[in-house]
Design a protein. Structure first.
Length: 665
């Protein structure tokens, strides 16, 4: 025991033992530290190779990074953790790896990372002005605009875009500058030699209410660079918003001196919104100075309507007379605006509208005939000639039930919207909720009442084109007439209704559901409508509605009535090509859901022509005008160039104010 104790004391007290222990601990700690640092060192080396000047090294590093990050969550976390402190080249390389893994655009991704890579790609991409490269940069810039964010990377992207060699990119940079309220960048773009860029900067500044830029915008009214039409018209549109009264003389001068017909029409659409001297007198002078043998343009007639130019009455009457005589030199837009102007100026136009319906009724003139039917309905009580009120009513009835079949082997030809306008006109004259009446010859039997206004609404709602029923439901539902709700109940009867009161047509029932939703005003009516529609949707012992289009209509109607659980269903219907877009769009609009605006105005795969089609042909323009009146409008009576220009302004306004556009029912 003594010898053993001495041995232990020797190992405990001898200096070399302490050195051995210390060395062992150091080696152990070093090994542990090396194991801990090894992955970080590997990541550092990997990042170094990802930005190597040797393409082979870089390619091998990319493959290794993808493989390691795919296999190891820790490796993925280390890559992502290196992003914030990385230089631009390394950051871009990491994003490339993450995109290959499908791990960059994830819900938890830091928005600054997204904005940074977009700014880098915008600055580092192909700078060619050739359409493919320029369009690619424009689309990337559009994505940046629609993000709605503001940070150092967004501002860097704006600086890059504002100096882009392609005019189309610089023009879109003006929209981003307006969203960011960057007056200095807009001022620079206002001085661009390209008219499209300067014009875009002007309208964007107007939409952003940047009154400090008024003077350089006024200077654009005498623009003499490349393509002056967009610059001058854009400046006028901006001034009409920023300072309509103070800028009226300058706008009138630009209108009077406009040498180009396209420019003149654009300026007329601006001038029609500026009721300040000397604009009305200038528009009237243009009407009076129409060359012999020609007719006032649609733009001047629109000005007569909106500016209430009573002295333009002779010109309006001349156009209507030529339309009745079927003058081949007239355009549909001229007749359409003349009808509207006559009605606005309270000129007797019943007989003209009736004659135009008889002369032109066909699918070729939908906008003109819709206007004619509406004017005829509103003026039917005015005795204007030997033609009787009954003859005018007969014309409306024929229009509301129009169906021609020139080829026996082809389906009938309809005029959905004009016929719906005629049916609405008839109903507003005599609102009824019933289209059946007792048969005097058969007690207890109900027969069709072909004189009831409800019959004509039911007739157009039953057309193959759902536009007719949706048009009627919208205009009757928003008419404020108490009978509108009863008409909806008639078109969508209870499931237990007797056979003679059942509505067998799917489109008519769908229109009835929409009418119920749009016309319900009181809480009691809303509850009744929800119960009626839901009973149809869910059904009883035989099950619910099986037709997908009718089910969709019921979901749209319930969303309008506040049943938010159908929001995703309706949004899906809007994105479905086969479902009626006006119906789904109306439901989202009436529910105050901005998904409609994104679909119509923020689709990067769409075009300005698509915006025009949605507003005019689909008919959602009048819906947007009612629920979001602050939005610029696409005028159905305008020419193609003016419509596309208006579509551009509508889209730009929405992109600048996306997220703050209030929608009301």
């Amino acid at each position: 025991m003594g010898a053993m104790g001495e041995l232990i004391r020797y190992f405990r007290e001898h200096p070399w033992q302490r050195r051995l222990f210390t060395s062992s601990v150091a080696l152990t700690l070093g090994a542990l530290l090396g194991l801990m640092l090894y992955p970080r060192v590997q990541t550092h080396l990997l990042l170094r190779d990802l930005v190597s000047h040797d393409a082979n090294v870089q390619s091998a590093a990319f493959r290794r990074a993808v493989l390691e990050a795919h296999r190891s969550p820790d490796a993925l976390r280390r890559l992502e953790g290196a992003m914030d402190g990385a230089d631009d080249a390394t950051f871009t390389a990491i994003v490339r790896v993450l995109r290959r893994l499908g791990r960059f655009h994830t819900p938890d991704r830091n928005p600054l990372h997204i904005d940074r890579i977009r700014a880098l790609e915008l600055a580092g991409g192909d700078r060619s002005t050739a359409p493919p490269a320029a369009e690619s940069r424009r689309l990337l810039l559009a994505t940046i605009i629609l993000s709605g964010r503001d940070n150092e990377y967004i501002r860097a992207a704006l600086r890059t875009a504002a100096a882009d060699p392609a005019p189309r990119v610089r023009a879109q940079a003006a929209v981003l500058a307006a969203r960011l309220r960057d007056a200095d960048t807009l001022r620079t773009l206002l001085g661009d030699a390209e008219g499209a860029v300067a014009g875009s900067a002007a309208t964007a500044a107007g939409f952003a209410d940047l009154t400090a830029l008024r003077d350089p915008i006024v200077n654009l009214l005498t623009f003499d660079g490349n393509d002056p039409v967009p610059a001058i018209s854009g400046a006028a549109a901006a001034l009409a918003r920023l300072d309509p009264e103070g800028s009226a003389p300058a706008i009138a001068t630009a209108l009077r001196n406009a040498p180009d017909p396209q420019l003149r029409e654009r300026l007329l659409h601006v001038a029609s919104r500026v009721p300040h001297d000397p604009v009305p007198a200038t528009v009237l002078d243009l009407i009076r100075s129409t060359p012999n043998g020609q007719f006032p343009s649609a733009g001047t007639l629109l000005g007569a309507e909106r500016l209430a130019l009573q002295d333009a009455a002779p010109a309006v009457r001349t156009v209507l007379g030529a339309a009745v005589a079927q003058d081949p030199n007239l355009l549909e837009a001229q007749v359409l605006t003349a009808l509207r102007a006559a009605d606005a100026l309270r000129l007797p136009a019943r007989d003209d509208a009736k004659a135009i319906c008889h002369a032109y009724w066909s699918p070729r003139f939908p906008l003109m005939l819709e206007s004619a039917a509406r004017v005829l309905g509103r003026q039917i009580e005015r005795e204007q000639s030997d033609d009787s009120r009954e003859e005018a009513l007969t014309t409306l009835r024929l229009a509301a039930t129009y169906a021609a079949q020139p080829d026996p082997n082809a389906p009938p030809v309809h005029t959905p919207v004009p016929s719906a306008a005629a049916a609405v006109g008839l109903w507003l004259l005599d609102p009824q909720t019933e289209y059946l009446r007792p048969d005097p010859n058969s007690p207890g039997v109900m027969k069709l009442d072909a004189e009831s206004s409800a019959f004509y609404v039911q007739s157009v709602a039953s057309q193959d084109s759902t536009l007719a029923g949706d048009y009627a439901a919208w205009h009757i539902g928003r008419s404020g007439r108490a009978e509108a709700f009863g008409l909806g109940l008639m078109l969508l009867p209870e499931m237990s209704a007797p056979p003679e009161r059942r509505v067998w047509n799917n489109n008519a029932r769908s229109a009835g559901a929409m009418l119920l939703a749009l016309s319900a005003r009181t809480e009691e009516q809303k509850a009744t409508a929800i119960e009626r529609i839901r009973s149809r949707l869910e059904g009883g012992i035989l099950g619910g509605e099986t037709d997908p289009y009718v089910r969709g209509a019921y979901q749209c109607a319930l969303l309008i009535l506040g049943e938010r659980q159908y929001r995703d269903d309706v949004h899906g219907l809007l994105l479905t090509g086969g479902f009626p877009q006006r119906r789904a769009g109306t439901a989202l609009a009436a529910a105050g859901d901005a998904a409609l605006l994104d679909w119509a105005l923020a689709d990067l795969n769409g075009s300005l022509g698509d915006v025009v089609y949605t507003c005019v042909n689909v008919g959602l323009g009048e819906v947007l005008a009612a629920v979001a009146p602050q939005l610029p409008r696409v005028e159905p009576a305008a020419g193609e160039d003016t419509r596309l220009w208006q579509a551009r302004m509508l889209q730009d306004y929405y992109w600048i104010h996306r997220g703050s556009v209030a929608m009301k029912r």
